[in-house]
Design a protein around this ligand. Structure first.
Ligand SMILES: Nc1ncnc2c1ncn2[C@@H]1O[C@H](COP(=O)(O)OP(=O)(O)O)[C@@H](O)[C@H]1O
Ligand SMILES: [Mg+2]
Length: 266
């Protein structure tokens, strides 16, 4: 099985986190701790589910529930040669499944998928895993990465996504030795990201993403950008309510300084 080595500390992009000393409360504004009273277009699907059944994913007809053995077979037992990358949540492996049945196939046949495997010791990871399943199971847009399915089996938690051929924007911007991308391509990527965020902020979705950074912007073979990692996302404000987070989350260096300082996200 592929070994997931501890990730070296990244100074500019510490992994998604609560910022230290950032618990906020505010008397006349909405806080994260009271957000269950919000009215959101997705409320019926999302909030009651999370509140009433915190440990299992929402029943979504569009998501496939994989067995752990399926995903082991799809990645050659998570062999290191299938490792695509590693984030705070765990390792991401390349796998192969049948286009119609989603059963694991021989490497090189069927369709390619990216399989993210939560680190066994990550307790906070379960909450983020569940948030990701719930949001990406319901939100569909050409600039959001497509979640194909998940696996929840004893302590194993995995996510199966469409494979993004060009990997993350971070690799194109900061990895040593890569060919710099042209300004036209950069503008195309920025436009895709803006479209993804516009969709999230629309009344239909009404979601605050909270973890926009180069490593969460994935690129397909034509450099179309898709947002990934919805583990820190939350429902957006409704009406005149300003939102204040009791738990200020995001990535140091990427989150807006005024949000980090005050918890106010709108
Ligand atoms: N759907 C995907 N297709 C191809 N590569 C992916 C996909 N998802 C993630 N990756 C790769 O795995 C790496 C780790 O992803 P992730 O766990 O989201 O951590 P981070 O966002 O901190 O980089 C990414 O930077 C990217 O290179
Ligand atoms: Mg990511």
């Amino acid at each position: 099985m592929g070994i997931c080595w501890p990730k070296p500390a990244k100074c500019a992009h510490a992994s998604s986190t609560n910022f230290p000393g950032s618990a906020k409360t505010h008397s006349n504004t909405k806080s994260e701790s009271t957000s269950s009273t919000q009215k959101s277009p997705k409320e019926n699907l999302n909030k009651p589910f999370i509140a009433s059944k915190p440990h299992t994913p929402v029943a979504s007809s569009s998501l496939k529930s994989f067995t752990f053995s399926d995903l082991k077979n799809a990645t050659k037992n998570f062999r290191s040669e299938t490792l695509l990358g590693e984030g705070g949540f765990g390792c991401v492996f390349k796998g192969w499944i049948d286009e119609n049945t989603f059963a694991p196939t021989r490497p090189g046949t069927g369709i390619v998928v990216a399989i993210k495997k939560l680190k066994a010791e990550s307790f906070q990871g379960h909450k983020e895993w569940l948030t990701e399943v719930n949001y990406l199971g319901q939100l569909h847009h050409e600039n959001l990465v497509k979640l194909i399915g998940y696996c929840l089996e004893s302590e194993n938690r995995l996510l199966v996504y469409e494979f993004m051929q060009k990997g993350s924007l971070e690799n194109h911007l900061f990895k040593k030795g890569v060919q710099p991308i042209s300004w036209a391509t950069r503008m195309h990527i920025a436009r895709g990201v803006a479209q993804g965020l516009t969709f999230l902020h629309s009344l239909d979705a009404n979601v605050i993403y909270r973890d926009l950074k180069a490593s969460n912007i994935l690129l397909d073979s034509d450099y179309n950008a898709k947002l990934s990692d919805f583990g820190l996302a939350r429902d957006g404000p409704t009406g005149d309510n300003t939102h204040v987070s009791t738990r200020v989350v995001g990535t140091q260096g990427y989150a807006a300084p005024e949000y980090v300082a005050t918890g106010v996200s709108a």
